[in-house]
Design a protein around this ligand. Sequence first.
Ligand code: GLN
Length: 542
Amino acid sequence: MAEPRYIFITGGVTSSLGKGLASAALGALLQARNFKVLLRKLDPYLNVDPGTMSPYQHGEVYVTDDGTEADLDLGHYERFTSVAARSSDYVTTGKIYSTVLSKERRGDYLGATVQVIPHITDEIKRFITNDTEGADFVLCEIGGTVGDIEGLPYLEAIRQLRNDLGRERTMFIHLTLLPYIPTAGELKTKPTQHSVKALLSEGIQADLLLCRSDRPIPADAKRKLAQFCNVHSDNVIAALDAGNIYQVPLQYHEEKFDQQVCRYFGIEKPATALDPWHKLIDSIKNSKEKVRIGIVGKYVQLLDAYKSLIQALAHGGIKHQVIPELVWIDSEKEENVASQLGTVDGILVPGGFGERGIGGKLAAAQYARENKVPFFGICFGMQLAVIEACRNQLGLKDASSTEFGPTSEPVVGLLTEWASEAGIQLREENGDLGGTMRLGAYPCVLEKDSLVHKIYGKDEISERHRHRYEVNTKYSKRLEEVGLHFSGFSPDGTLPEIIERKDHPWFVGVQFHPELKSRLFESHPLFSAFIKAAVDHKKHQG
Ligand code: GLN
C-alpha cells in the first residue's frame, strides 16, 4: 500500500471508555494481518504537553525515545504493538496553537487573518498526515468526548480529511457506551444515538460503532443502533468488559472488529498472526502463584499515575508465570510504612517529585536494605535510596536533594549541564519547567561483573529518562565503602545511572524509567529479574 489509510477514533457518551486501549487493540489486530500501523493521539487541552500537569489531573506522563512527554495512551500503543512512539505521534491543542502563533509572529501567513479554520485545522491536518512513511494504517485517537467545545477543531479537521482523501482512505470509528438500566432490564441505545447525532452535526457520519457494554448486546439493540445511527448492522460491534486488558484484542477479533475494518476498506488479508495473543492468555491463565510487591508512592489514590509500572510488573509476572499482587503503600503515612512491608516479597519505590511523602520512601529503602528484601528504586526511588544510605549509613544527617531546598549535603543536585545527541544541554535554577528535564532515551554503560550487567546481558543499554536532578558523585567513594555500588554511568562517565548493593540479594536503583520500555511480549529485563528475586525471597521466607 503506497498511501496510508487513516482511521479516526472518537469517543461518545462519556469519558474513560478506553479509547486508547481500543485503538491499541485495533492496531495489534491489523498487525496480525501483516499491516504496518502507526498510532497517534490528539489531545484537546491547552497545555503544550502533560509534562507540567499533576498526576492527579492526567495520570502518568509517558516519555518517548525522542523525549516527548505524552499521554499515557501512547504507552498502551507501544505495549500492544511494539511500535516505538515518536514526537510526531502526539499533539495537544496547546502545541498546535503555539506552532500557529510562532508562524504568525514570523509573518508566515503573509498578511492573512489567522483563524481556527483554516489555520488551526490545517495544522491539525498536517500533524495527522506528517511522517507516516511506511505505514499502511494511521490510527488517530481524538481525546475527549464528542460534544466538548475543545474537540471541535479536531472534528472539523478530520471531516475535511475525509473530503480531501476520500472514503477509501478514511474511516470514522465511534466508541460509545450502552448502559444497562436494571429497572428496565435493558441495554439502552439512546445515549449512543445522541452522540452519533452530535458527531453528525459536525459533518461526520460514523462508519462503525464500537459499543462498550457490560453484557452481550441483543440482536434487536444492534439493529436499532444500525437503523438510527445510519451504520451497517455488521458495523455495530460489541466491546464487552474484559477481565484482563490483554484479552481485548482477541475479544474484538471474535466480534469481527478487524474483519469489518478491512471489509470497509475493501481489502482482504487474513489474520494469520494471532498465536502470540492466544499463548499470552494461556500463560496468564496458568499463573497461579502470587508474589506480593509493595509499592511505596504518593499517588496511590490514582493508579493511572503508575500505569506503565503496573504493566511492567504484570509483564514480569507473565514471564515467570506468577501473579504480582500489588500492595499500595501511601508514602505520606510514614509511620505505617515499615509495618506494611513485613508481608511483601519485594519493595518498589517509583518515580516522583517534591518533598511531600519522602519520609515513607526513605523508610522503605531503609527497611529493604536492613531486612534484605528485594528493592527496586526507580528515578526518584534511586535518588532517595542514596539519600537514605548517606543519612543512616554515613551519618550525614542533612543529606538531601536540592529539589527540596538548599542543603549543606546536596547528595542529589540540579542537573545543569549534560551531553545529548543534540549537543550540550544547559539548565538554570529558575528556568522554565515545561519540557526542560533530561528527557527521552540516553545510553548507559554497564560495569562488567555487576548485577545489572548480568541482568541485561549487555555492555551498553538505552533507557528513557525524565528527571531534573541527579545523584552527586562527590559522595560515591564513601558510599562504596558502605556497600552501595555505582554500576552504570552515562558514556562520558559523569552521570550515575544505576546503583546496586553488594551486601544484598537484590537491591537496584536506576535513574531512568525502565517501565516505559517493557512490552507485552518482551518483559523488561529489570522487571523480570525483580519479580524473580521476589519469588526467590518468598521461597526463602516460606
Ligand atoms: N524529582 C526527581 C527529579 O526531577 C525524580 C524524577 C522522577 O522520578 N521522574 O530528578
